[in-house]
Design a protein around this ligand. Structure first.
Ligand SMILES: *[C@@H]1O[C@H](CO)[C@@H](O)[C@H](O)[C@H]1NC(C)=O
Ligand SMILES: *[C@@H]1O[C@H](CO)[C@@H](O)[C@H](O)[C@H]1NC(C)=O
Length: 356
Protein backbone atom coordinates (compact mmCIF):
# COMPACT_ATOMS: atom_id res chain seq x y z
CA UNK A 1 0.00 0.00 0.00
CA UNK A 2 1.18 3.45 -0.80
CA UNK A 3 0.39 5.49 2.21
CA UNK A 4 3.71 7.27 2.35
CA UNK A 5 2.28 10.74 2.66
CA UNK A 6 -0.28 9.76 5.27
CA UNK A 7 2.30 7.89 7.31
CA UNK A 8 4.56 10.93 7.20
CA UNK A 9 1.79 13.11 8.55
CA UNK A 10 0.91 10.58 11.21
CA UNK A 11 4.44 10.68 12.59
CA UNK A 12 4.03 14.36 13.40
CA UNK A 13 2.77 13.39 16.84
CA UNK A 14 -0.45 13.03 18.71
CA UNK A 15 -2.19 16.03 20.19
CA UNK A 16 -5.03 16.15 22.67
CA UNK A 17 -8.74 16.60 22.02
CA UNK A 18 -11.45 14.42 20.61
CA UNK A 19 -10.28 11.56 18.45
CA UNK A 20 -11.55 11.00 14.93
CA UNK A 21 -13.44 7.92 16.13
CA UNK A 22 -15.16 9.98 18.81
CA UNK A 23 -16.28 12.61 16.28
CA UNK A 24 -17.58 9.94 13.90
CA UNK A 25 -19.49 8.30 16.74
CA UNK A 26 -20.92 11.61 17.98
CA UNK A 27 -22.17 12.40 14.45
CA UNK A 28 -23.56 8.92 13.87
CA UNK A 29 -26.83 10.31 12.46
CA UNK A 30 -24.92 11.33 9.31
CA UNK A 31 -21.58 9.49 9.58
CA UNK A 32 -22.41 6.00 10.89
CA UNK A 33 -21.73 4.39 7.51
CA UNK A 34 -18.35 6.09 7.15
CA UNK A 35 -17.55 5.05 10.71
CA UNK A 36 -18.24 1.39 10.04
CA UNK A 37 -16.53 1.48 6.63
CA UNK A 38 -13.36 2.95 8.13
CA UNK A 39 -13.55 0.55 11.07
CA UNK A 40 -13.33 -2.30 8.58
CA UNK A 41 -10.15 -0.77 7.11
CA UNK A 42 -8.00 -1.06 10.19
CA UNK A 43 -4.69 0.11 8.76
CA UNK A 44 -6.18 3.09 6.93
CA UNK A 45 -8.26 4.08 9.95
CA UNK A 46 -5.24 3.94 12.25
CA UNK A 47 -3.19 6.11 9.91
CA UNK A 48 -6.05 8.52 9.23
CA UNK A 49 -6.78 8.87 12.94
CA UNK A 50 -3.17 9.77 13.61
CA UNK A 51 -2.74 12.21 10.71
CA UNK A 52 -2.09 15.75 11.89
CA UNK A 53 -2.89 19.04 10.23
CA UNK A 54 -5.55 17.74 7.85
CA UNK A 55 -9.16 18.41 6.87
CA UNK A 56 -11.27 15.33 6.35
CA UNK A 57 -14.15 15.63 3.88
CA UNK A 58 -16.42 12.98 5.29
CA UNK A 59 -19.10 11.52 2.98
CA UNK A 60 -22.51 11.40 4.65
CA UNK A 61 -24.64 8.27 4.88
CA UNK A 62 -26.54 9.43 1.78
CA UNK A 63 -23.27 9.87 -0.12
CA UNK A 64 -22.08 6.40 0.83
CA UNK A 65 -25.46 4.84 0.01
CA UNK A 66 -25.08 6.23 -3.51
CA UNK A 67 -21.53 4.91 -3.66
CA UNK A 68 -22.49 1.43 -2.41
CA UNK A 69 -25.20 1.21 -5.07
CA UNK A 70 -22.68 1.92 -7.81
CA UNK A 71 -20.18 -0.33 -9.60
CA UNK A 72 -17.39 1.69 -7.99
CA UNK A 73 -18.09 -0.04 -4.68
CA UNK A 74 -16.83 -3.31 -6.16
CA UNK A 75 -13.76 -1.67 -7.64
CA UNK A 76 -12.88 -0.15 -4.29
CA UNK A 77 -13.33 -3.50 -2.56
CA UNK A 78 -11.03 -5.24 -5.03
CA UNK A 79 -8.35 -2.64 -5.58
CA UNK A 80 -6.49 -1.44 -2.47
CA UNK A 81 -4.61 1.21 -4.47
CA UNK A 82 -7.85 2.69 -5.76
CA UNK A 83 -9.29 2.62 -2.25
CA UNK A 84 -6.25 4.42 -0.86
CA UNK A 85 -6.38 7.00 -3.66
CA UNK A 86 -10.10 7.52 -3.16
CA UNK A 87 -9.72 8.11 0.59
CA UNK A 88 -6.59 10.25 0.19
CA UNK A 89 -8.56 12.49 -2.19
CA UNK A 90 -11.02 13.13 0.63
CA UNK A 91 -8.29 14.50 2.91
CA UNK A 92 -7.07 18.07 2.48
CA UNK A 93 -3.45 18.80 3.23
CA UNK A 94 -3.91 21.52 5.84
CA UNK A 95 -6.53 22.59 8.36
CA UNK A 96 -9.19 24.57 6.51
CA UNK A 97 -12.13 25.75 8.56
CA UNK A 98 -15.38 26.63 6.83
CA UNK A 99 -14.57 30.35 7.09
CA UNK A 100 -11.63 29.74 4.74
CA UNK A 101 -13.98 28.78 1.89
CA UNK A 102 -16.50 31.58 2.44
CA UNK A 103 -15.97 35.09 1.10
CA UNK A 104 -12.51 34.46 -0.26
CA UNK A 105 -11.86 33.71 -3.93
CA UNK A 106 -14.86 32.63 -6.01
CA UNK A 107 -12.91 29.46 -6.78
CA UNK A 108 -10.27 28.29 -4.36
CA UNK A 109 -7.97 25.35 -5.15
CA UNK A 110 -7.04 23.16 -2.20
CA UNK A 111 -4.39 20.43 -2.07
CA UNK A 112 -5.35 16.89 -1.09
CA UNK A 113 -3.23 13.94 -0.01
CA UNK A 114 -3.79 12.18 -3.35
CA UNK A 115 -0.32 12.02 -4.87
CA UNK A 116 -0.11 8.47 -6.21
CA UNK A 117 1.20 8.64 -9.79
CA UNK A 118 -1.27 6.02 -11.00
CA UNK A 119 -4.10 8.41 -10.19
CA UNK A 120 -2.61 11.89 -10.24
CA UNK A 121 0.21 13.78 -11.89
CA UNK A 122 -0.28 17.10 -10.15
CA UNK A 123 2.72 18.31 -8.14
CA UNK A 124 1.91 18.88 -4.49
CA UNK A 125 -1.12 16.58 -4.62
CA UNK A 126 -4.33 16.58 -6.64
CA UNK A 127 -6.63 19.49 -5.83
CA UNK A 128 -10.28 20.08 -5.23
CA UNK A 129 -12.00 23.41 -5.89
CA UNK A 130 -14.21 25.14 -3.37
CA UNK A 131 -16.89 27.70 -4.12
CA UNK A 132 -19.30 29.45 -1.81
CA UNK A 133 -22.63 31.15 -2.30
CA UNK A 134 -24.45 32.93 0.50
CA UNK A 135 -22.29 31.07 2.97
CA UNK A 136 -23.04 27.62 1.52
CA UNK A 137 -19.90 25.79 0.42
CA UNK A 138 -19.63 23.33 -2.48
CA UNK A 139 -16.57 21.35 -3.52
CA UNK A 140 -15.85 20.50 -7.15
CA UNK A 141 -13.84 17.41 -8.06
CA UNK A 142 -13.23 15.39 -11.24
CA UNK A 143 -15.68 15.72 -14.17
CA UNK A 144 -17.11 18.79 -12.47
CA UNK A 145 -18.79 16.62 -9.81
CA UNK A 146 -20.23 18.66 -6.96
CA UNK A 147 -20.35 17.89 -3.25
CA UNK A 148 -22.19 20.30 -0.98
CA UNK A 149 -21.08 20.75 2.61
CA UNK A 150 -23.86 19.84 5.01
CA UNK A 151 -21.98 20.24 8.29
CA UNK A 152 -18.68 21.92 8.98
CA UNK A 153 -15.92 22.41 11.52
CA UNK A 154 -16.10 19.23 13.55
CA UNK A 155 -12.70 19.55 15.15
CA UNK A 156 -10.67 16.61 16.36
CA UNK A 157 -7.09 15.93 17.39
CA UNK A 158 -5.77 15.77 13.80
CA UNK A 159 -7.54 18.82 12.42
CA UNK A 160 -11.09 19.39 11.30
CA UNK A 161 -13.85 17.56 9.47
CA UNK A 162 -16.63 18.67 7.13
CA UNK A 163 -19.56 16.47 6.15
CA UNK A 164 -20.23 16.32 2.39
CA UNK A 165 -23.41 15.19 0.61
CA UNK A 166 -21.67 13.31 -2.22
CA UNK A 167 -18.38 11.50 -2.58
CA UNK A 168 -15.61 13.26 -4.52
CA UNK A 169 -14.59 12.04 -7.98
CA UNK A 170 -10.92 11.47 -8.70
CA UNK A 171 -10.14 13.65 -11.75
CA UNK A 172 -9.81 11.66 -14.96
CA UNK A 173 -7.69 11.81 -18.08
CA UNK A 174 -7.96 14.66 -20.57
CA UNK A 175 -9.66 12.28 -23.01
CA UNK A 176 -12.35 11.08 -20.59
CA UNK A 177 -12.93 14.56 -19.25
CA UNK A 178 -13.43 16.08 -22.72
CA UNK A 179 -15.76 13.27 -23.77
CA UNK A 180 -17.84 13.57 -20.59
CA UNK A 181 -18.08 17.34 -21.01
CA UNK A 182 -19.10 17.05 -24.66
CA UNK A 183 -15.96 18.90 -25.84
CA UNK A 184 -15.73 16.70 -28.90
CA UNK A 185 -14.38 19.20 -31.43
CA UNK A 186 -11.33 19.90 -29.26
CA UNK A 187 -10.78 16.20 -28.66
CA UNK A 188 -11.09 15.44 -32.36
CA UNK A 189 -8.60 18.16 -33.21
CA UNK A 190 -6.11 16.91 -30.58
CA UNK A 191 -6.54 13.39 -31.89
CA UNK A 192 -5.95 14.48 -35.48
CA UNK A 193 -2.66 16.13 -34.41
CA UNK A 194 -1.70 13.11 -32.27
CA UNK A 195 -1.44 15.30 -29.17
CA UNK A 196 -3.83 13.28 -27.04
CA UNK A 197 -1.37 10.79 -25.53
CA UNK A 198 1.11 13.50 -24.63
CA UNK A 199 -1.54 15.58 -22.90
CA UNK A 200 -2.84 12.56 -21.01
CA UNK A 201 0.54 11.69 -19.51
CA UNK A 202 2.30 15.04 -19.00
CA UNK A 203 2.75 16.25 -15.44
CA UNK A 204 1.23 19.61 -14.50
CA UNK A 205 -0.57 21.04 -17.50
CA UNK A 206 -3.10 23.80 -18.03
CA UNK A 207 -5.25 23.44 -21.13
CA UNK A 208 -7.63 26.03 -22.52
CA UNK A 209 -10.29 24.06 -24.36
CA UNK A 210 -12.56 25.87 -26.84
CA UNK A 211 -16.13 24.56 -26.80
CA UNK A 212 -17.80 23.12 -29.90
CA UNK A 213 -19.44 26.45 -30.79
CA UNK A 214 -15.99 28.07 -30.82
CA UNK A 215 -14.76 25.57 -33.43
CA UNK A 216 -17.98 25.96 -35.42
CA UNK A 217 -17.49 29.75 -35.48
CA UNK A 218 -14.26 29.31 -37.47
CA UNK A 219 -15.53 26.31 -39.41
CA UNK A 220 -14.72 27.90 -42.77
CA UNK A 221 -11.06 27.95 -41.79
CA UNK A 222 -10.29 24.81 -39.81
CA UNK A 223 -10.92 22.30 -42.57
CA UNK A 224 -8.37 24.01 -44.76
CA UNK A 225 -5.65 24.02 -42.09
CA UNK A 226 -2.67 21.76 -42.60
CA UNK A 227 -1.76 19.39 -39.78
CA UNK A 228 1.16 21.66 -38.97
CA UNK A 229 -1.01 24.78 -38.77
CA UNK A 230 -3.57 23.03 -36.60
CA UNK A 231 -0.85 21.68 -34.30
CA UNK A 232 0.53 25.19 -33.89
CA UNK A 233 -2.91 26.51 -32.98
CA UNK A 234 -3.59 23.67 -30.51
CA UNK A 235 -0.19 24.02 -28.81
CA UNK A 236 -1.10 27.65 -28.19
CA UNK A 237 -3.88 26.35 -25.90
CA UNK A 238 -1.49 24.41 -23.66
CA UNK A 239 0.60 25.79 -20.80
CA UNK A 240 3.10 23.05 -19.94
CA UNK A 241 4.68 22.58 -16.52
CA UNK A 242 2.16 24.75 -14.69
CA UNK A 243 -1.25 24.16 -13.22
CA UNK A 244 -2.96 27.52 -13.37
CA UNK A 245 -6.27 27.40 -11.52
CA UNK A 246 -8.54 30.42 -12.08
CA UNK A 247 -7.28 31.75 -8.77
CA UNK A 248 -3.80 32.12 -10.30
CA UNK A 249 -4.89 33.96 -13.45
CA UNK A 250 -7.83 36.05 -12.30
CA UNK A 251 -5.45 38.87 -11.41
CA UNK A 252 -4.29 39.09 -15.03
CA UNK A 253 -0.82 38.35 -16.35
CA UNK A 254 0.59 36.06 -19.00
CA UNK A 255 1.62 32.44 -19.48
CA UNK A 256 4.02 30.80 -21.90
CA UNK A 257 2.41 28.16 -24.11
CA UNK A 258 3.78 24.98 -25.71
CA UNK A 259 3.60 26.89 -29.01
CA UNK A 260 6.04 29.51 -27.74
CA UNK A 261 3.80 32.58 -27.67
CA UNK A 262 2.16 34.09 -24.61
CA UNK A 263 -1.46 33.99 -23.50
CA UNK A 264 -2.93 37.09 -21.86
CA UNK A 265 -5.36 36.89 -18.95
CA UNK A 266 -7.85 39.56 -17.92
CA UNK A 267 -10.75 39.84 -15.53
CA UNK A 268 -13.39 42.27 -16.82
CA UNK A 269 -16.71 42.91 -15.10
CA UNK A 270 -16.01 39.89 -12.92
CA UNK A 271 -15.50 37.56 -15.90
CA UNK A 272 -12.27 35.83 -16.78
CA UNK A 273 -10.84 35.99 -20.32
CA UNK A 274 -7.90 34.35 -22.06
CA UNK A 275 -6.91 36.67 -24.90
CA UNK A 276 -10.30 37.61 -26.37
CA UNK A 277 -12.04 34.36 -25.35
CA UNK A 278 -14.35 34.20 -22.35
CA UNK A 279 -13.76 31.34 -19.90
CA UNK A 280 -17.18 29.76 -19.67
CA UNK A 281 -16.24 26.89 -17.35
CA UNK A 282 -13.15 27.32 -15.20
CA UNK A 283 -11.30 24.68 -13.21
CA UNK A 284 -12.38 21.40 -14.75
CA UNK A 285 -9.91 19.17 -12.92
CA UNK A 286 -7.97 16.50 -14.81
CA UNK A 287 -5.54 13.84 -13.53
CA UNK A 288 -2.55 15.97 -14.51
CA UNK A 289 -3.77 19.52 -14.14
CA UNK A 290 -6.67 21.70 -15.11
CA UNK A 291 -8.86 22.54 -18.10
CA UNK A 292 -10.60 25.86 -18.61
CA UNK A 293 -13.36 25.79 -21.20
CA UNK A 294 -13.45 28.94 -23.35
CA UNK A 295 -15.79 30.26 -26.05
CA UNK A 296 -13.20 31.04 -28.71
CA UNK A 297 -10.35 29.27 -30.49
CA UNK A 298 -7.12 31.09 -29.57
CA UNK A 299 -4.92 32.37 -32.38
CA UNK A 300 -1.14 32.47 -31.77
CA UNK A 301 -0.86 35.09 -34.54
CA UNK A 302 -3.33 37.27 -32.68
CA UNK A 303 -2.16 37.29 -29.07
CA UNK A 304 -3.21 40.92 -28.74
CA UNK A 305 -6.87 40.11 -29.46
CA UNK A 306 -8.84 41.81 -26.70
CA UNK A 307 -12.27 40.89 -25.36
CA UNK A 308 -15.41 42.94 -25.50
CA UNK A 309 -16.95 42.11 -22.12
CA UNK A 310 -20.38 43.48 -23.05
CA UNK A 311 -20.71 41.06 -26.00
CA UNK A 312 -22.18 37.71 -25.03
CA UNK A 313 -20.29 36.01 -27.88
CA UNK A 314 -16.80 37.16 -28.78
CA UNK A 315 -15.72 37.82 -32.35
CA UNK A 316 -13.46 34.97 -33.55
CA UNK A 317 -9.73 35.70 -33.20
CA UNK A 318 -9.15 34.58 -36.80
CA UNK A 319 -9.68 37.30 -39.40
CA UNK A 320 -12.08 36.36 -42.16
CA UNK A 321 -13.28 33.14 -40.51
CA UNK A 322 -16.96 32.32 -40.68
CA UNK A 323 -19.24 29.72 -39.29
CA UNK A 324 -20.21 26.58 -41.16
CA UNK A 325 -23.65 25.19 -40.59
CA UNK A 326 -24.26 21.65 -39.55
CA UNK A 327 -21.50 19.38 -38.42
CA UNK A 328 -19.11 20.33 -35.63
CA UNK A 329 -15.52 20.28 -36.94
CA UNK A 330 -13.31 17.27 -36.11
CA UNK A 331 -16.08 15.25 -34.50
CA UNK A 332 -16.67 12.54 -37.09
CA UNK A 333 -14.34 10.08 -35.34
CA UNK A 334 -15.40 10.97 -31.79
CA UNK A 335 -17.92 8.67 -30.11
CA UNK A 336 -21.10 10.40 -29.05
CA UNK A 337 -21.69 9.98 -25.36
CA UNK A 338 -25.02 8.44 -24.55
CA UNK A 339 -24.71 8.81 -20.80
CA UNK A 340 -22.05 11.36 -19.92
CA UNK A 341 -19.79 10.35 -17.05
CA UNK A 342 -20.81 13.31 -14.97
CA UNK A 343 -21.82 11.50 -11.81
CA UNK A 344 -19.35 10.93 -9.04
CA UNK A 345 -19.49 7.26 -9.52
CA UNK A 346 -19.17 6.69 -13.22
CA UNK A 347 -16.30 9.16 -13.43
CA UNK A 348 -14.10 7.27 -11.02
CA UNK A 349 -15.14 4.01 -12.48
CA UNK A 350 -13.98 5.03 -15.94
CA UNK A 351 -10.63 5.93 -14.45
CA UNK A 352 -10.44 2.72 -12.49
CA UNK A 353 -11.03 0.76 -15.66
CA UNK A 354 -8.36 2.78 -17.39
CA UNK A 355 -5.87 2.15 -14.62
CA UNK A 356 -6.25 -1.62 -14.66
C1 LIG B 1 1.31 9.95 -14.67
O1 LIG B 1 2.47 9.97 -15.48
C2 LIG B 1 3.04 8.70 -15.70
C3 LIG B 1 4.31 8.91 -16.48
O2 LIG B 1 4.07 9.67 -17.65
C4 LIG B 1 2.02 7.83 -16.45
O3 LIG B 1 2.55 6.53 -16.63
C5 LIG B 1 0.74 7.74 -15.63
O4 LIG B 1 -0.24 7.04 -16.36
C6 LIG B 1 0.22 9.12 -15.33
N1 LIG B 1 -0.94 9.02 -14.45
C7 LIG B 1 -2.12 9.53 -14.77
C8 LIG B 1 -3.21 9.37 -13.75
O5 LIG B 1 -2.36 10.10 -15.79
C1 LIG C 1 -7.71 39.23 -34.10
O1 LIG C 1 -8.90 39.06 -33.33
C2 LIG C 1 -9.89 40.04 -33.53
C3 LIG C 1 -11.05 39.72 -32.61
O2 LIG C 1 -10.64 39.80 -31.29
C4 LIG C 1 -10.32 40.09 -34.98
O3 LIG C 1 -11.24 41.13 -35.18
C5 LIG C 1 -9.13 40.26 -35.88
O4 LIG C 1 -9.54 40.17 -37.23
C6 LIG C 1 -8.07 39.21 -35.59
N1 LIG C 1 -6.85 39.47 -36.36
C7 LIG C 1 -6.22 38.53 -37.08
C8 LIG C 1 -4.96 38.94 -37.75
O5 LIG C 1 -6.62 37.37 -37.16
Amino acid sequence: MRLKRLILLASAGVSSGQTLAEVLTAQSATLSMLNSWLSSQELIFTILSGAQGVTLLAPSNDALTELYNSPLANQLAQDPNLLTAFLAYHVLDGIFFNSHFVNTQPHLSLPTLLDIETFSNVSGGQRIISTSQNGAVTFFSGHGAQAAVQGADYNYAGGTLHIIESCLTIPGSVTNTLIAAGLTAALGALRRCKMEDRLNTDTDVTIFVPNNDAFKAIGSLVDGMTLEQLTTVLNYHVVPGKVLYSQQISGGGQALTAEGAMLNFRTLDGELFVNSARIVQPNLLIANGVVHVCDGVLNPANATAAPNPSASTQEPAFAGASSTDGEVPFTSAIPTVTSPATSTVSGVKAEAREAV
